[in-house]
Design a protein around this ligand. Structure first.
Ligand code: PHE
Ligand code: ZN
Length: 891
């Protein structure tokens, strides 16, 4: 086993091109769960731009059988995880290697592993070296030919990347398949599957008139749950061709669903591997959120075929080159699929919520790193919200700066220049700028690129001043960024700031900047590039101006604009920008929670805010999806990131009290909304219906909460009935969560019933665990239940989805159950980190991040958390992945 204490630091500035190129890889697998034999024949050329160097191949957990160069034995040595041939004779040669691996012993789920009787691979980022010896780095691109041999009964389906060129029978009940992928690719995009699966198939014709075969492979019995994934795939193909002129370039595009998977899905060339969670859906088993997740993950992986596979990353520091861009693309796709302007705004709000709840805390904690990191120990730890979500915001800012057409042109130039190459983030930004030479992006490209280099969330302070007499309004802006590891000083960023100005009645004002001849509409984008800048608007009819800044969250910053609650109420009621309307409501909620944390009196929402929420809920012109978002108070996770010295128990108590107040004050309105927004007609997982279901579920939760608090049985009874009779999982889960979160008596029978009904549906059992893991804490009951559920026969740490369902729900979503004054949550966390680390380091190191923000906690939490982290740190046998997280946390 390769488990060592401290891994060396890998630095971006140390990048060197490889000493050898591997042009072709001919691989043959004799498949067996206990012992698979891998025979590899590599066509290698020396990189003649460099001096002659030893050939160094990565290998991890491999059993080496033989090494031949040009058919002859050769002297080699093994040094740690490297196989070194000191003096390969020629500049071009073939290297033959034979080794074995044991898939069934591979609990890390990286490399070749067994799951449910089948064999699967996961190679990103550095899993290929766990299959065979290779220069396992993304700038080494080879053409692969792969022969798979295995038992026909166990493994009737044998898949690899590219096209099937041959298949047939072998002796002893075995068969084989030979695959060839014509596209040179890095090893992280390699994949094989050998399993007993069936496929949903669909032929599609792209614009060029070519026919392509789409296949989704699942276990027998799951075929009827693949329709939505197939529809999402087809929609993604159509969209990428329409919006970016990027067609499907493969004869065959395969998706394979697997139960045991560390991440969401993987974009292996032509053979995407998916966590079943992001493939399988039926009305009875999947919620609207699941349907949405499938649509966006299928799209994301499909879009990688161009942004990631056709153009890949030169090194792993450039990960956001493919991930940030591809997240941006899947976000845009989902917005286009959602349709109406309001549905787009709802999606944007969702994306910003994720960014602020996951990426902002990351950027303020020990794992803060730039979108393009400078240094890492374990690359697995850098598949982060920063690389993905903040990376996508960078691309979105470019999009804002160059416009939709300009962005498409930039993408065009990027592919014209770099198709088939492994490049850096700089190349992308340069192509975007070069395609838009007159844009602010091109004018300030160096300033913009600081976004890639600097960690931390910039703070933007805005201060507006009106002059009644001259009709001028001056907006003074200043930006700053706090120091982070290795970056004591930060330079100003380029901030695109979308803005509108409203009068006191909420009417939008015409915007004319000083120096301009005429007003140019009621919204515009200011471009800030310096630490301090002022913008003066002229010709305003009033001095009582309410600014609406950062519309659509046009830059990923923390905004401090000093608006009063009265100003926020104007925005909440009238802003034409739906995002800022929602944001105003959130900020009023944050203000109330902050006040509750600093004063000792019973926390309350003020009457004007409650009335504004009522008005919004009753407004016939607003979509239910938007209402649901606006009527949801800011989460404890989000607020905890905005406040220093946080006491999670107090925050939870304050928020719960406010929810009680909203439940009671709006009781009649919730009852009205519950009836009014019922979906009538059959289930469709579209934006319109899912908005209705989200709002009725929120209403039901409020109604049950209020009823339980006032000792009334009617609404809990109705919720239970709805849980029993629901025709879809969204309503069923909504009803049971209403009962569980309110600690209603009927929660217990509902949980029992749900388990009995779905005991054979792994993905529903995950929900069953997760809803208990994130249940609203009351008196320690939830935490006690979570500990108890660890002993449940259906619980296992071996399956990542199941482990996440219970454990990550606690640490990532349930602060009040996790952060206890008796430190029991931290003790539990430390034990699980250690336990999980021995099984699956990648999963363990993610779980270990649950205490990232310990320094932000108030006492006694802070000291207790530190102690728990130190206890984990003291374990000498920790994996490199987890070691990096724990060491950073203590730094
Ligand atoms: N590259 C995958 C994606 O973003 C994520 C992934 C990373 C999957 C590493 C597995 C391992 O779609
Ligand atoms: Zn991705």
């Amino acid at each position: 086993m390769m488990r060592e204490g401290t891994a060396p630091l890998i630095r971006r500035e140390d990048y060197l091109a490889p000493a050898y190129w591997i042009r072709r890889a001919d691989l043959c697998f004799d498949l067996d769960a206990t012992k698979t034999i891998v025979s590899s024949k590599l066509t290698i050329e020396r990189n003649t731009t460099q001096d002659v160097q030893p050939l160094k191949l990565h290998g991890e957990d491999l059993n080496l059988l033989r090494v031949l160069v040009d058919g002859h034995s050769v002297s080699f040595r093994q040094e740690g995880a490297l196989l070194i041939i000191d003096a390969p004779a020629a500049d071009a040669f073939t290297l033959e290697i034979r080794n074995t691996v044991s898939p069934e012993k591979n609990t890390q789920l990286s490399g070749l592993y067994a799951s449910g009787g089948g064999l699967y691979t996961q190679c990103e980022a550095e899993g290929f070296r766990r299959i065979t010896f290779f220069q396992d780095r993304p700038d080494v691109m080879a053409v692969y030919t792969v022969t798979l041999r295995g038992d026909k009964k166990k493994y009737p389906v044998l898949l690899s990347n590219g096209n099937l060129v041959e298949q047939g029978e072998l002796d002893a009940g075995r068969h084989y398949a030979k695959w060839h992928d014509p596209f040179p690719k890095p090893s992280y995009l390699f994949a094989i599957v050998a399993a007993n699966l069936v496929a949903r198939e669909q032929w599609v014709r792209t614009r060029s008139g070519k026919d392509h075969l789409l296949q989704i492979f699942v276990k027998r019995g799951d075929l009827d749950k693949t329709e939505h994934a197939m529809n999402s795939l087809i929609a993604s193909i159509v969209w990428d061709e329409a919006r970016f002129k990027l067609p499907l370039d493969l004869e065959r595009f395969m998706i394979v669903a697997v139960d045991d998977f560390n991440m969401g899905a993987m974009e292996n060339k032509g053979l995407n591997l998916f966590n079943t969670k992001f493939v399988l859906a039926s009305t009875a088993t999947a919620t609207d959120v699941d349907f949405d997740g499938i649509e966006s993950v299928v799209a994301h992986e499909y879009f990688h075929n161009w942004t990631g596979n056709r153009i890949t990353c030169r090194d792993w520091f450039q990960l956001s080159l493919k991930e940030g861009l591809t997240v941006f693309r899947d976000q845009e796709f989902s917005m286009d699929m959602a349709g109406s302007a309001s549905a787009r705004a709802v999606r944007r709000i969702g994306d910003v919520r994720t960014l602020r709840e996951r990426q902002f805390p990351e950027d303020g904690g020990p794992m803060a790193h730039p979108v393009r990191p400078d240094v890492y120990q374990a690359i697995d730890n850098f598949y982060t919200a920063t690389v993905y979500e903040k990376g996508a915001e960078l691309v979105r800012m470019m999009h804002t700066l160059v416009g939709r057409e300009g962005f498409a042109a930039g993408m065009g130039l990027y592919f014209e220049r770099h198709d088939g190459q492994a490049v850096t983030c700089d190349e992308f930004a340069q192509a975007m700028a070069d395609a838009n030479p007159h844009s602010a992006l091109a004018q300030h490209l160096d300033v913009f690129k600081r976004w890639y280099a600097q960690a931390g969330t910039p703070r933007l302070v805005a201060h507006g001043e009106s002059d009644a007499e001259s009709g001028r309004y001056t907006l003074r802006l200043s930006q700053s960024n706090t120091p982070s590891a290795g970056q004591p000083y930060k330079q100003p960023n380029l901030l695109p700031i979308a803005i509108g100005l409203l009068d006191r009645n909420g009417q939008p004002l015409q915007l004319q900047l000083e120096g301009e001849d005429a007003p140019a509409g009621t919204e515009r984008v200011l471009v800030m590039t310096e630490a301090e800048q002022s913008f003066t608007f002229i010709g305003l009819p009033t001095a009582d101006v309410v600014p609406s800044l950062l519309r659509g969250f046009s830059a990923p910053v923390l905004l401090k604009d000093g608006l009063s609650d009265a100003d926020l109420l104007v925005l909440m009621a009238h802003d034409t920008d739906a995002f800022n309307r929602w944001e105003a409501a959130q900020r009023l909620g944050v203000n109330a929670l902050r006040a509750a944390l600093t004063h000792d009196d019973t926390p309350v929402l003020d009457a004007a805010f409650v009335e504004a929420l009522r008005t919004l809920l009753r407004d016939p012109s607003l979509d239910p999806a938007f209402k649901e978002l606006a009527l949801t108070l800011p989460s404890e996770i989000y607020v905890a990131d905005l406040v220093e010295n946080i006491d999670p128990q107090r925050l939870h108590a304050a928020r719960e009290a406010m929810l009680d107040q909203l439940a009671s004050a709006l009781q009649a309105d919730w009852a009205w909304a519950f009836e009014h927004y019922q979906v009538r007609g059959g289930y469709l997982p579209n934006a319109e219906q899912s908005g209705q279901r989200a709002l009725t579920n929120l209403a039901l939760a409020m109604l049950v909460r209020h009823a339980v608090a006032s000792g009334d049985n009617v609404w809990p009874g109705r919720a239970y009935q709805r849980f029993k009779d629901a025709s879809n999982m969204t309503d069923r889960l909504g009803a049971i969560e209403a009962l569980v979160n309110a600690h209603a008596e009927l929660a217990t029978p509902a949980l029992e019933r749900m388990h009995a009904l779905f005991k054979d549906e792994a993905l529903v059992l995950d929900k069953w665990f997760a809803l208990q893991g994130r249940a609203a804490e009351r008196g320690g009951k939830v935490f006690a239940r979570i500990k108890q559920l660890m002993q449940h026969p259906d619980f296992t740490l071996g399956n990542p989805n199941r482990a996440r369902a219970l454990l990550f729900s606690l640490t990532a979503m349930n602060p009040a159950a996790f952060h206890r004054t008796d430190a029991a949550g931290y003790v539990f966390w430390a034990d699980r980190v250690i336990e999980l680390d021995a099984i699956n380091p990648q999963l363990a190191s993610r779980f270990a991040r649950g205490l990232d923000r310990w320094r932000n906690l108030a006492e006694p939490y802070r000291s207790a958390a530190r102690e728990a982290i130190a206890r984990v740190a003291a374990k000498p046998e920790l994996s490199g992945d987890t070691r990096e997280i724990i060491d950073r946390a203590l730094q």
